[in-house]
Design a protein around this ligand. Structure first.
Ligand SMILES: [Zn+2]
Length: 203
């Protein structure tokens, strides 16, 4: 099961999100928001779902950007969760990191969470495959008419970010969850193929 948590932001995107992946006994957070305030909101949401703060076992960061990682120290303090991020972005966060993730790795929680390295937005950006859902971080943006690539001004290497999206073509998933834009894009695989076709014909 997946639950979205919205964090208010100033700037071009007015919302950043965390997602809680969970069952009856435990939860994994994906991204921690920008501040202690966001960490508090994640802890409060665990309570609403009938889980205790100690049931949060891990926080996976999709990348190092402040609106995703700024709350992670506070979240770790409040819950005792461990912190994982791809090795390409790990050094930027320092000692808060417990696990340096690699492409293709399957995190053995909640039936398995697969790491897909999609460098470009940042060197260590990842997507996560969880059941039939793809949690895309900032590798994709959700719009009312499907999926878009991230804004080029926020990407370390925009061309690389576009090329990385090809890696998602071979995966099986239904819904796509993104951090900016609509929470959940239905028929996500079809939306991705449409996007790849648009990008292909534009180049
Ligand atoms: Zn970002």
């Amino acid at each position: 099961m997946i639950r979205a948590i919205r964090h208010r932001l100033l700037g071009l995107f007015d919302i950043a999100k965390s997602f809680l992946l969970y069952d009856e006994e435990m939860a994994v957070a994906v991204d921690a928001g920008h501040s202690r305030w966001c960490a508090r909101k994640i802890v409060d949401t665990l309570g609403e779902m009938g889980l205790r703060r100690g049931d949060l076992k891990l926080c996976i960061l999709t990348h190092r950007h402040w609106d995703h990682s700024g709350g992670v120290g506070a979240l770790k303090d409040m819950t005792g969760c461990e912190v994982a991020i791809h090795e390409g972005d790990a050094d930027a966060l320092g000692s808060v990191v417990d696990h340096r993730l690699r492409d293709g790795e399957v995190i053995p929680l909640l039936g398995g969470i697969r790491v897909i390295h999609v460098p470009g937005h940042t060197p260590g950006s990842i997507c996560l495959l969880y059941g039939d859902s793809l949690i895309a971080g900032d590798a994709l943006i959700g719009g009312r008419r499907g999926l878009k690539p991230p804004a080029s001004i926020y990407c370390d290497d925009y061309e690389k970010a576009l090329r990385s999206l090809e890696k998602l073509r071979g995966l099986d998933f239904e819904a796509v969850y993104v951090s900016h834009g609509v929470d959940r894009v239905e028929r996500g695989k079809e939306a991705l193929i449409e996007l790849l076709n648009r990008l292909g014909s534009a180049s």
